[in-house]
Design a protein around this ligand. Structure first.
Ligand code: ADP
Ligand code: ADP
Length: 246
């Protein structure tokens, strides 16, 4: 059964609300960032959305937790339409069920690595000792227990993104959204991070939705791959399907 479902989702941006380079862009038609997307994601899969820059991947990912609201259509999480949730319920869902990892890490520089990871548990009424215990266990899983007391700026990019991953996973969310999460990393570190994600996934199958512009990464990580072009999903299938497609 699908954990996430999109039904005929559209999202357009009027060019005047975006970054304006030339005043004549005022007269351009709206951009269809999402153009009639229907999609079902099954629990436990790594669903990779791949496409060129500007094809709508990030917009699609952000509609899955309503950081971006679709112009029309429905997004369902475990059968429930996100549009029917109130603001408090939406925040609670993001906090406890749908974790997110960003390309730019988005860590808190003034907090230690341990406190960055424990942060996700702070609002859930978990005691301080228990937060630190769980954060430590999560840091061990990503191979960073030895830098728990350090600050993000003291770490390499790859290590910072391990912290980002640990922070998202410590609350044990059903779904993990990853937006070009490894794209800023050096190739070798990037490969390590891909391996880490696959190891974590083998231990505990979570639903991962992974956005990348890199087909090689998509083929390595994806149990299914969706190819996006100009706001549309032009192909969805297993890596084998994608490789063998005409
Ligand atoms: P991708 O993640 O594949 O690079 P995006 O989802 O970021 O694609 O963008 C899809 C399209 O929507 C692009 O044409 C982009 O310029 C446009 N777009 C994205 N966000 C905005 C915004 N806030 N305002 C205006 N246009 C936007
Ligand atoms: P980029 O792809 O340019 O590196 P990111 O994907 O890291 O950027 O982040 C893009 C957007 O996500 C930013 O506008 C930022 O404000 C927002 N963002 C970053 N961290 C969080 C967070 N923890 N929760 C919600 N939004 C966030």
């Amino acid at each position: 059964q699908s954990i996430i479902e999109l039904r005929r989702v559209f999202k357009s941006y009027s060019p005047s609300t975006g970054k304006k380079l030339f005043s004549r862009e005022e007269n351009k038609p709206p951009v269809n960032a999402l153009d009639d997307i229907s999609l079902q994601i099954t629990a436990g899969e790594i669903f990779v959305i791949v496409g060129l820059s500007g094809s709508g991947k990030s917009t699609l990912l952000r509609t899955l937790n309503f950081l971006i609201q679709p112009g029309s259509g429905d997004v369902l999480f475990q059968g429930q339409a996100l549009g029917s949730l109130n603001a408090r319920e939406m925040i609670e869902l993001r906090r406890s069920q749908i974790g997110m990892v960003f390309q730019s890490f988005a860590l808190f520089d003034e907090r230690t690595v341990l406190d960055n990871v424990a942060f996700g548990l702070e609002v859930s009424g978990v005691s301080r000792d228990e937060r630190h215990k769980r954060a430590h266990a999560m840091l061990e899983k990503v191979g960073l227990a030895h830098v728990a007391a350090q600050y993000p700026h003291q770490l390499s990019g790859g290590m910072q993104q391990r912290v980002g991953l640990a922070r998202a996973l410590v609350v044990n969310p059903a779904v993990l959204l990853m937006d070009e999460a490894f794209s800023a990393l050096d190739p070798i570190i990037r490969r390590d991070m891909q391996s880490l994600l696959l190891v974590l996934q083998a231990e505990q199958q979570r639903t991962v939705v992974f956005v990348t512009h890199d087909m090689e990464e998509a083929l390595r990580l994806g149990t299914r791959i969706a190819i996006m072009e100009e706001g549309k999903l032009v192909q969805v299938g297993t890596p084998e399907n994608i490789i063998n497609a005409p």
